[in-house]
Design a binder for this molecule. Sequence first.
Ligand code: KG4
Length: 340
Amino acid sequence: MRLLGIETSCDETAAAVVEDGRRILSNVVHTQIPTHALYGGVVPELASRMHVERILPVVQKALADSGCTPEALDGVAVTFAPGLIGPLLVGVNFAKGVCMANRLPLVPVHHLRGHIAANYLTHAPLKPPFLCLVVSGGNTQLVEVLDYTRFRVVGQTQDDAAGEAFDKAGRVLDLPYPAGAKLDALAKTGNPHAFTLPTPHMPGLDFSFSGLKTAVVNRVHNAKQSGQPFCPQDIAAVFCRQVTDILCEKTKQALQQTGHTQLAVAGGVSANSFLRAGLETLAKETGCQLYLPALDLCGDNAAMIAAQGCFELAAGNIAPQTLNALAYLPLDDQGCQFGE
Ligand code: KG4
C-alpha cells in the first residue's frame, strides 16, 4: 500500500510517499522557520500564505523523488487536526483536490498519531501495544497505543507543553525561535546540578511545565535587572535536567500502572539529548524495550503522516470530501474516525 502524505499543521509544508506504513520512498519538508524567527514565534496568517505558495512544488517533488505517479498511489493521507486552522485548511483542501482528480481515498490523520507512527518508520519490529511519551511543541501526553488506530490518553499537561517551555526558556536566554534544540546544545556545556528550580507536584500521570518555565524566566530577569552575572549554560542544563526528570518519573509511573513492556517516544522534544539519555536509563532500570524515533523524524514531517495513513486506511478510516480541519481534537477522540 502506497500513500502520499501531506502535513501543514504549523510551520512546515511537507509531503512524502510511504509504503506499507514502514518504508519511506520520499520525504520533502519545506520549513518556514527563518520567516517566523523574525517575529519570535509562528505568525499564523503568514504560515497559511506560505503553505499556499509551497504546497504544489513540495507535493510534486515528493512524487518525483518517490518515482510514483498519482495513479500508483492507494490514497492521500492528510493532517486534519490539531494545529493552526488556516495552515491545516491548506493541506486538507489540497489533499481533497488530489483525491478528487485521481479518484483516491482521502485518509484523515491526527497529527499526534503521525508523530507516534514515526517510530514505525524507524523500528521495523515495533508493534502495538506500547506506551508512548508524546512530547511536541503543542502537546505533552502519555498515551497507550492499544493498536495502530486505537489509543488511550492516560496523562497530559495541564498547562504548557514541554516544547513550549523549552521555547520560552530559550527565548529569555536570547536564543532564536524555536529554541529547544539550541537550548539543548547550550546545556551540554553547563552544570545540570548548579542549582534547583521549583518542581511541580501534579497528581496522577498529568504534567505541568508553566511553573518551571516561569522560574527560569524570573531567574534570568532578576539577574539582568540587578546586574548580577549568570551562566546561561548552567541555566539551560538545569532546565533540561529537570524537564527530563519530570518526564521520566511520570513515564516510569505510567509503565508500572499500565504494565506495558515497550516504550516509544514521539514529537519534536524527543530529539532532546538529556531526555534520550534519561529514557535509556529508565529502560535499563525497568527492563522495558525503548524505541526512540530517528532524529530526522522527530520534528514535523509528512512521512509520519503517510505512515499512520496506511494503518488508518487499512482500518477503513476514509473521510468524505466534506472533511473539515479542527484546531483541537484529542488523539483518542471518536472524531478521528470516519466511515462506518
Ligand atoms: O513536534 P514538533 O516539531 O511540533 C509540533 O508538532 O508541535 O515540536 C517542535 C518543538 C519545539 O518546541 C522545539 O523547540 C522542540 O520541539 N525541540 C526541542 C529539541 N528539538 C526540537 N526541544 C528540546 N530539545 C531539542 N533538541
